[in-house]
Design a protein around this ligand. Structure first.
Ligand code: COA
Length: 276
């Protein structure tokens, strides 16, 4: 038998596993294996899971077909985010994922939930090719944790990030993938920070998240944090560095373009149809 139908493997025995942060290693490993050289596919890079693991109630979903991992996901507030192995039957996964989504869970990034429609508001996927950089960014160590958290909470008004959460993330199975930078003002005040994520040699890294303290915007600190994290990821062997941001965040898109990122594609979530 040949043709398109035979190129989509049929599921034999689809199972969904809920992993605690300490058990998330296998999910991170397969996400790394599925990450290509130029930009992540689907809704998740290992770094998205890594950043999720700072939360004290984090869980990670791993779908298997028999013994073989076929998808990874997690519920990010009201959004299910997932990535499937290349060539996986997305419809079977999406049908199972749909059963996870309660009335308030209104979006899915990465799987076509049956009966849902494309969100008209896009996300932009941008990618950075390695080049020499010289910036003011410093690596984030334990002594910088409180300042890293301060920047995050100022940059994102609703953030509830904590030093304990930062330590949880660093001690999780994703901790060794994290590459963080902080940029300070000439007075030593924490101004901007970026967390980068390594997915292996020859694979694309990811920035998640990036932010500048509200008191220090517009001075190039955000760009320095971004470029510092990009350089550190490339030093470890990343082939490129990607970032994914809502197209509506004009400051973020301007920052990434100013740092040399180019737009690779747009992504659209799947959203629950609103009652007419
Ligand atoms: C996006 C953000 C990190 C920018 O930080 P910043 O330190 O002020 O940015 P920089 O000073 O390094 O500016 C870098 C470039 O972005 C541009 N830029 C920054 N803010 C901008 C804005 N509000 N509107 C338009 N362009 C903007 C700058 O003009 C500069 O471009 P140039 O080199 O062509 O002059 C900051 O606004 C922020 O923390 N926002 C909230 C969190 C967020 O959205 N993070 C990104 C999510 S993916």
């Amino acid at each position: 038998m040949g043709g398109a139908l035979s190129s989509v493997p049929t599921m034999v025995s689809l199972a969904r596993h809920c992993l605690s942060p300490a058990k998330a290693g296998p999910a991170l490993r397969v996400l790394s294996e599925w990450t290509p050289a130029d930009a992540p596919v689907g809704g998740l890079h290992p770094g998205d899971v890594g950043w999720h693991l700072w939360r004290d109630n984090a869980t990670v979903l791993l779908w298997t077909d028999g013994e073989v991992p076929v998808a990874v996901g997690f519920l990010d507030h009201k959004v299910l985010r997932a990535t499937a192995a290349p060539g996986t039957d997305l419809d079977a996964l999406a049908a199972d994922a749909g059963t996870l989504l309660g009335p308030g869970d209104n979006a899915c990034d990465g799987l076509p939930i049956p009966g849902w429609e494309r969100d008209p508001d896009p996300w932009v996927v941008l990618s950075w090719a390695p080049r020499p950089v010289s910036v003011r960014a410093q690596p984030v160590g334990e002594a910088d944790a409180a300042d890293r958290v301060l920047v995050q909470r100022s940059a994102f008004a609703n953030s509830v990030f904590t030093v304990e959460g930062w330590r949880r993330m660093k001690q999780s199975p994703a901790g060794e993938l994290a590459v963080e930078t902080i940029v300070r003002t000439p007075d030593g005040e924490p101004a901007a920070a970026a967390t980068g994520w390594f997915a292996g040699v020859g694979r694309c890294g990811l920035l998640e998240p990036v932010g500048t303290h509200v008191d220090h915007r517009g001075h190039g600190y955000g760009r320095d944090a971004v470029l510092g994290a990009c350089a550190a990821l490339v030093e470890r062997g990343a082939s490129a560095v990607a970032v994914v941001t809502p197209a509506s965040l004009t400051a973020a898109v301007a920052l990434y373009k100013s740092a040399g990122f180019t737009v690779v594609r747009e992504n659209h979530d799947w959203i629950r149809p609103r009652p007419s």
